[in-house]
Design a protein around this ligand. Structure first.
Ligand code: SF4
Ligand code: SF4
Length: 494
């Protein structure tokens, strides 16, 4: 099949050999699980259990709120021992509302409804089951999958693309999932296609995963699903890049993939969809790669949601030496962790413990205007100019140059011969912009409240004055009537 030319991209050392050939192992159930109520894009789920409640595996413990949200479920059976703030997977060490479960060791599932032939369900019912299972984009985007399915139906999506790119160095969990569970993934893909009514369906897999390509092609044989090898480059796993490679279509800078009739889901999401629709099982675990030069025995694990990152490292033999950096996700777009005592969430594809030689620590030097960063940017931005405006404090100019379109992929920093941490500038500037926008929204909301209050006071005063005028008029009319009546009596008496 013809592939289309891509803009930008880089070829970092893959480092996938550390874990790629390690089959998925199931992590033994930890004593405690810490399940955050916000593991998705959208509104935080609302806890519906209380401290002391007994729960079964798969039981709903947090209900979704509003249109864009996702429910959360108990990843094992046990007792709720706390509901409150717990450190989240964030560089700042911020906390987030979290439900803590003490496992009872039985790992007992709640009853669920198995469907013999899920293709006899209506598309609406499939969306409903996906929503109830709390499935979100498991490639890291964490957008609620049912919302995406419903939007796609409304937008008459014609093409479904399943993303098996997994372009981040070190991360191999999707590769292993495709090698070991290809038939289940293909069934999930066909269910998504049926639910949205797409005509074409393609699975894009990087050519550096030959075993996954083989397994997926064998599973897709005699189905409508085409499995296609795409070039191994970073960021091939970015949805817009995968769409461009497979269809030649470009998603508008501020648009969504549905705007051009395309829906993209990750392979792990398709796997979770099959479990939810066929077996009625919610998303309570995921595959995670544990890797990096500091890890004694890197590998791929199936992990209950809410397991602490430190449990994964312990299971993989601990550290050879003290890691220089802990990362949740891949080294290009992952989050640097301040501590390993934070929970795995639905969007966590990997945890890395990197040595100082793996992270490198070269001091930046001045820009030599080589334009390597411009050629590497997959979005088509001018990173050197963006950085210059940010350094000069001119955020308006950086926004005009497309700062908001930057996907923080880090390609520009990766190729820069002067080792300028360009992506850090962009993340910092985007953080400042968000803060300004938040303050602006707050000021506008305060202004609106003050205006509404002034209007209310004016209306009350107006109504009071009108009521007083009415009372006065009524009193005067009454007095007038009394006077007239008295005058009439006086006249009749005379
Ligand atoms: S790659 Fe680095 S040195 Fe080259 S133009 Fe961009 S910022 Fe300057
Ligand atoms: S981090 Fe932003 S500016 Fe740099 S290459 Fe990626 S999208 Fe372009």
């Amino acid at each position: 099949m013809k592939l289309f030319r891509l803009r930008g991209g880089v070829h970092p050392e893959s480092c996938k050999e550390l874990a790629a050939d390690r089959a998925i192992r199931i992590l033994p159930m930890p004593e405690r699980l810490y399940v955050p109520l916000l593991q998705h894009v959208g509104a935080t789920a609302n806890p519906i259990v209380h401290v002391g409640d007994k729960v079964l595996k798969g039981q709903l413990i947090g209900s979704s709120q509003g249109i864009i949200s996702a429910p959360v479920h108990a990843p094992t059976s046990g007792t709720i021992i706390a509901i409150g703030d717990f450190p989240a997977a964030h560089p700042s060490g911020l906390t987030a509302p979290t439900i803590t479960i003490e496992a009872d060791g039985e790992d007992r599932w709640m009853e669920s409804e198995e469907v013999a032939d899920p293709f006899l369900l209506s598309p609406d019912e499939i969306s409903k089951r996906v929503g109830a299972a709390g499935i979100v984009g498991m490639g890291g985007a964490t957008f609620p999958s049912a919302v995406k399915l419903n939007l796609s139906r409304k937008n008459n999506v014609h093409t479904l693309i399943i993303n098996g790119g997994e372009c981040e160095p070190y991360i191999t969990c999707d590769d292993r999932l495709m090698r070991e569970h290809a038939a289940s993934i293909i069934e999930g893909v066909r269910l998504i296609r049926y639910a949205v009514g797409a005509v074409d369906v393609m699975v894009g897999i990087e050519e550096n995963k030959p075993a996954a390509l083989l397994a997926m092609r064998a599973a897709a044989k005699d189905t409508e699903v085409k499995v296609i090898a795409v070039p191994a480059m970073y960021p091939m796993g970015w949805d817009k890049q995968m769409i461009k490679a497979l269809t030649g279509l470009e998603v508008p800078a501020d648009g969504r993939t549905a705007d051009i009739g395309v829906l993209v889901h990750n392979v792990a999401t398709a796997y979770a969809v099959r479990d939810a629709v066929r077996f009625g099982r919610p998303l309570v675990s995921r595959m995670v790669t544990v890797s990096g030069g500091s890890v004694v025995e890197p590998g791929n694990l199936e992990v209950p949601i809410g397991t602490l990152v430190e449990n994964l490292f312990q299971f993989c033999g601990g550290f050879r030496d003290k890691p220089a950096r802990l990362v949740l996700g891949g080294p290009m777009m992952g989050i640097q962790l301040a501590t390993a005592a934070v929970p795995i969430v639905k969007g966590s594809s990997g945890v890395l413990a990197l040595t100082s030689s793996e992270i490198g620590n070269v001091q930046p030097s001045p820009c030599i205007r080589c334009s390597s960063c411009v050629r590497a940017c997959p979005v088509g931005l001018l990173p050197l100019d963006l950085a210059a405006h940010i350094r000069a404090g001119d955020s308006n100019a950086s926004v005009a140059l497309g700062l908001k379109d930057c996907i923080a992929c880090g390609c520009c920093s990766f190729v820069c011969p002067s080792h300028i941490p360009l992506v850090h500038y962009f993340n910092f500037a985007k953080g400042e912009l968000m803060e300004h926008e938040r303050i602006k929204l707050k000021q506008e909301a305060t202004k609106k409240l003050a205006e509404a209050r002034n209007e209310r006071i004016a209306r009350i005063e107006r109504e009071r004055a009108e009521a007083a005028a009415k009372r006065k008029a009524a009193r005067e009319a009454k007095e007038r009537a009394a006077k007239e009546a008295a005058a009439k009596v006086a006249t009749e008496t005379v």
